[in-house]
Design a protein around this ligand. Structure first.
Ligand SMILES: C[S@@+](CC[C@H](N)C(=O)[O-])C[C@H]1O[C@@H](n2cnc3c(N)ncnc32)[C@H](O)[C@@H]1O
Ligand code: SF4
Length: 441
């Protein structure tokens, strides 16, 4: 074991969240679209209605810019943009429906962003009604949305509830005025309280809050205030994300004064303290970054080893086909990924020409599938079984990494398996990285 500061330096490196393997930087830039369409057609034909499909719809608009944000978003105060976008997404959906030999059974819909609640309740109704028009809704379905507490109205919530939505996730990040000013996101607690009460009154059964640690000007007392205030509202789930500071990718982050960012050891202390306050508050730590109340579905699935992971994060639904619609949206067919154009102009152009807007993507090899299985098992179950057929590759790339993680007390390795230790739980991403052959090579 090494000194705590050396240990923190070693593990305070940006590591992928592994919502896909291989991760997006290793995908091909110009995916073979005819091959993708054929694969989609085949995968849909061989899939069964019991599994159904998942839909992710990316709704990119936000009314103002939070400068820490790493999401694909477009800032606009002009709500006329809603109509053009809605038409494009529905046209994209129609193109995919033509590839389906029977009406799809919808298991999951997730409206993500950007800020889906930027759209008017009426437009959200039009969008979802059209998606469901030629589909069957799975008996065990889950419809969810990301909302901004500042603009989610009771009318939004009632409309979404009537369409079958029962889950909402609110961006909270931090509840201190000093931090909110530093990240350009002024969001009074009262707005969050009202948005949460409205969701419950409308009938939503699951409310999630996103919190971030490592933001500028965050301190332990301020984080304590954020967590204590959040817990008074008893969210069913909480995400506790590490602030990803990548100013070379997100230029608005250059507006953050790096002197205001917590040091690696301060950031580790924020994580450690935050995690124990959440656990003391009655939440169970699930996989990477997530916490849920004891009887919450995600928590039950985690304990029963039934958790899955895809681009939307952790889920209890395993549908096999995840179709992403909208700018930058990602689809996952199990054996291939595709990502739509990340620019709104490019997305509109392709859809306008009657084409798919797919840009990047990846067709998985057998080796990719095997190593993805390990990454998913580590992320969802905290252990994985090593197949002797892959020993040469494991010996060359993965085992040296795992031995180092074992020396740091983060995993236990035996001949046939790897298990994450309690000390290793905060480092799941680093452990997954030991199976990331693309990154290691
Ligand atoms: C699409 S936003 C949530 C909905 C809505 N736009 C809002 O901000 O309330 C998704 C979440 O990603 C997280 N996020 C965004 N940028 C991040 C960053 N640089 N590091 C860590 N988490 C980030 C935030 O917690 C945010 O709530
Ligand atoms: S955090 Fe949410 S509201 Fe803020 S810019 Fe990002 S997507 Fe938009």
């Amino acid at each position: 074991m090494q000194a705590p500061s050396a240990f923190l330096q070693k593990y305070n490196r940006p590591v992928p969240r592994y919502t896909s393997y291989p991760t997006v930087p290793f995908w091909q830039d110009h995916l073979d679209i005819p091959r993708w369409k054929q694969l989609f057609r085949d995968r849909f034909a061989e899939s069964n209605n019991a599994d159904g499909i998942s839909l992710y719809i990316h709704l990119p608009f936000c009314e103002s810019l939070c400068i820490y944000c790493g999401c694909n978003k477009k800032i606009s105060t002009n709500h006329k943009v809603e109509e053009e976008y809605l038409q494009a997404v529905l046209k994209e959906w129609d193109t995919y429906v033509q590839l389906m030999e029977r009406p799809p059974v919808i298991r999951e819909i997730h409206l993500g962003g950007g800020t889906p609640t930027f759209f008017s309740p009426d437009n959200l109704r039009r969008l979802v009604s059209r998606l469901l028009e030629r589909s069957v809704v799975h008996t065990d379905h889950s419809l969810s949305i990301e909302g901004h507490p500042n603009n989610t109205t009771r009318e939004h919530l009632d409309t979404l509830f009537s369409l079958g939505f029962r889950r909402i996730s609110y961006g909270v990040q931090d509840l201190n005025r000093e931090v909110q000013e530093a990240i350009h996101r002024i969001q009074p607690f009262e707005y969050l309280r009202r948005a949460t009460a409205d969701a419950r009154a409308a009938g939503f059964t699951s409310v999630n809050f996103d919190l971030i640690y490592g933001l500028p000007l965050q301190t332990l007392p301020r984080l304590r205030h954020t967590i204590a205030s959040s817990l008074t509202l008893q969210p069913d789930r909480l995400a506790f994300y590490s602030y990803a500071h990548t100013p070379w990718l997100n230029c608005s982050q250059r507006l953050i004064d790096e002197k205001d960012l917590p040091s690696p050891s301060e950031k580790a202390a924020l994580y450690g303290a935050g995690k124990s306050w959440l656990i003391e508050g009655g939440y169970t730590n699930i996989g990477m970054d997530h916490f849920a109340l004891e009887n919450e579905e995600l928590c039950v699935a985690w304990k029963d080893n039934r958790l899955h992971r895809n681009f939307m994060g952790y889920t209890t639904q395993a549908s096999g086909i995840l179709l992403g619609l909208g700018v930058s949206a990602i689809s996952d067919l199990g054996s291939a990924f595709a990502q739509n154009d990340k620019t709104l102009g490019g997305y509109y152009r392709s859809i306008g020409e009657g084409k798919l807007a797919v840009k990047k993507g990846y067709f998985l090899s057998e080796e990719d599938k095997e190593f993805r299985r390990h990454i998913l098992d580590i992320a969802c179950k905290g252990s994985t079984v090593l197949d002797p057929a892959w020993t040469p590759v494991l010996e060359e790339w993965t085992l040296p990494q795992l031995r180092e993680l074992a020396a740091d007390g983060l995993v236990i390795i035996d001949e046939a398996s790897v298990a994450v230790t309690k000390a290793g739980r905060p480092f799941l991403r680093h452990i997954c990285k030991a199976f990331d052959l693309h990154l290691l090579r």
